[in-house]
Design a binder for this molecule. Structure first.
Ligand SMILES: Nc1ncnc2c1ncn2[C@@H]1O[C@H](COP(=O)(O)OP(=O)(O)O)[C@@H](O)[C@H]1O
Ligand SMILES: [Mg+2]
Length: 251
């Protein structure tokens, strides 16, 4: 369980998040929508303790992470698998080495165990054949898959955090990544790994999410399901959801 209580954060006097509160279970499938620079990435960073709020509390599993030291935060972060917006792979390392990076850095696994785990993950993500390829030899979608494999390698996450997982990909590849996101969060709520996906692409969000948050002017201006989302009266959010109506009309 994640809980933000009255979280406020400003950068250089500019308020990014203004008294934001919300609760989410690890099993939930959440899309965080919003324009550029509204604080979506910041929200993920706050949950991981990578950024601290100016005021307010953030609880993960009932523990207040805003008062934690770096060492304690490491345990908190193990609850999550994070695919950052940049999704950057190390250019000088092949897919095997990129995927194994966190295992080498943060675990005591033997080389044999690392190889086994890396192969398992690449198989899970459907890119086993690319194990010896360098990043420059990969398509955008494959790079994103390797980034997801790498984020899964170090831990058994309770929740996945995807920052703009489909941004910059062509529609077919984006669709592929949406399928993968769904595959990784299969099952009944009680047993599945949930996710928060940050995106400005509503058309991708609706392929995966069950709950939608819309960030605007430092607030969570909308929090609801798809039915409520398409009926929203928020004019700015409608600019996002209009994309859905347009897609529908084209069918
Ligand atoms: N480390 C930082 N220092 C100063 N400003 C920052 C920093 N991180 C983010 N910001 C600012 O905070 C706002 C929200 O950023 P971000 O969360 O990255 O937005 P989003 O992911 O929604 O595009 C932006 O105006 C951004 O410039
Ligand atoms: Mg961002």
């Amino acid at each position: 369980m994640i809980e933000l209580q009255n979280v406020t954060l400003a950068y250089n006097g500019k308020v990014v998040l203004d008294n934001v509160s919300f609760k989410a279970g690890f099993h939930e499938k959440i899309a965080v929508l919003g324009g550029s620079g509204v604080g979506k990435t910041t929200l993920l960073r706050l949950i991981l303790g990578l950024t601290r709020p100016d005021s307010g509390k953030i609880y993960v599993n009932g523990q207040d992470i805003t008062v934690m030291k770096e060492g304690e935060l490491r345990d908190i972060r193990m609850n999550f698998s994070i695919v950052f917006q940049e999704g950057a792979l190390f250019d000088s390392m092949n897919v095997r080495e990129n995927t194994a990076f966190c295992l080498r850095e943060y675990t005591e696994y033997s080389e044999d165990e690392i190889e086994k785990r890396v192969r398992e993950l690449l198989k899970l993500l459907g890119i086993e054949d690319a194990i010896n390829l360098m990043p420059e030899e990969l398509s955008g979608g494959m790079k994103r898959r390797v980034a997801i494999a790498r984020s899964l390698a170090g831990c058994q996450p309770k929740m996945m955090l995807y920052d703009e997982a489909t941004t910059g990909l062509d529609p077919l590849t984006a669709d592929n990544i949406c399928n993968l996101i769904n595959d990784l969060s299969r099952g009944e709520p009680s047993e599945r790994v949930g996710f928060m996906i940050v995106t400005h692409k509503v058309t991708d969000a609706i392929k995966v999410a069950e709950r939608y948050l819309y960030v605007k002017d430092g607030k969570i201006a909308f929090d609801g399901n798809l039915d409520q989302l398409v009926k929203t009266r928020d004019q700015q959010l409608r600019i996002f959801t209009d994309e859905l109506h347009t897609a529908e009309r084209c069918l």
